[in-house]
Design a protein around this ligand. Sequence first.
Ligand SMILES: Nc1ncnc2c1ncn2[C@@H]1O[C@H](COP(=O)(O)OP(=O)(O)O)[C@@H](O)[C@H]1O
Ligand SMILES: [Mg+2]
Length: 236
Amino acid sequence: MKKNKKALRKVYRSGKYLFKDFGNDVNEAKNTLALLKMFRASAGTSVIHGYSITATDAWHNSDKSSCIMMPCHNGVTLDNLPGEAFFDAVITVSSWLASHLDKKDLKERDYIHGDLHAGNIILLEKQKRIVFIDALCREATPRNIWLDLLLLSVSIALKLDSRQLKRLQHRLFGDIILQKAALAKRRLMMRQALVLGRFFLRSENSLREKLQALHALMLAVKNFHLMMSYQKQPVS
Ligand SMILES: Nc1ncnc2c1ncn2[C@@H]1O[C@H](COP(=O)(O)OP(=O)(O)O)[C@@H](O)[C@H]1O
Ligand SMILES: [Mg+2]
């Protein structure tokens, strides 16, 4: 009988470690570990607003080749943070993202997280650390950067009402984006990602709103590609 490999998968904690067991799928374990390591190497360690920011470490489990292990980070995922703590963590992570996008030379081979949403970012407040988990690690192509940014924005927008979202936009522009001259060409892209997150989540179900959102999406994608190819005139 054919075994269902997926059904045998599990994630569990034992002591200080978190284990990801892929049933019998040794290749999937190897692949997942390679991706985690690749993203960790690409992200490095940054210190922003006093927080040390890295991706989780992970390694092969010598007892079982279809299982990988990593430190269990005893913090709170961003989507579970209350009010102001959420706000501050978002600002710090956005700062991290902005400086990484800023640094990336698009001709060089580089990587992005691949599943960057608030549930995959853990804040360890006492240790002043922020850790990315569950990286799927994708090559930093314009399309993949865009998708990561959009996913993060949407997961942030989910937690905020319109007033808070507006406040966040102001802070992101004032504190992060405007201060970095090199980011200017990507400013529009970031704003659009935030606005889109808001559109999709806050829009009423009316056709008019949905069409507006779709229109914004088309423009955003066009502008994004223009910006990535360093052309000057965005579409408006
Ligand atoms: N290294 C880690 N430390 C602490 N929590 C983790 C770690 N890796 C994953 N988790 C948490 O374990 C849970 C299960 O993870 P996972 O199986 O990857 O599923 P999911 O798709 O829900 O993220 C998630 O809630 C995730 O936040
Ligand atoms: Mg996850």
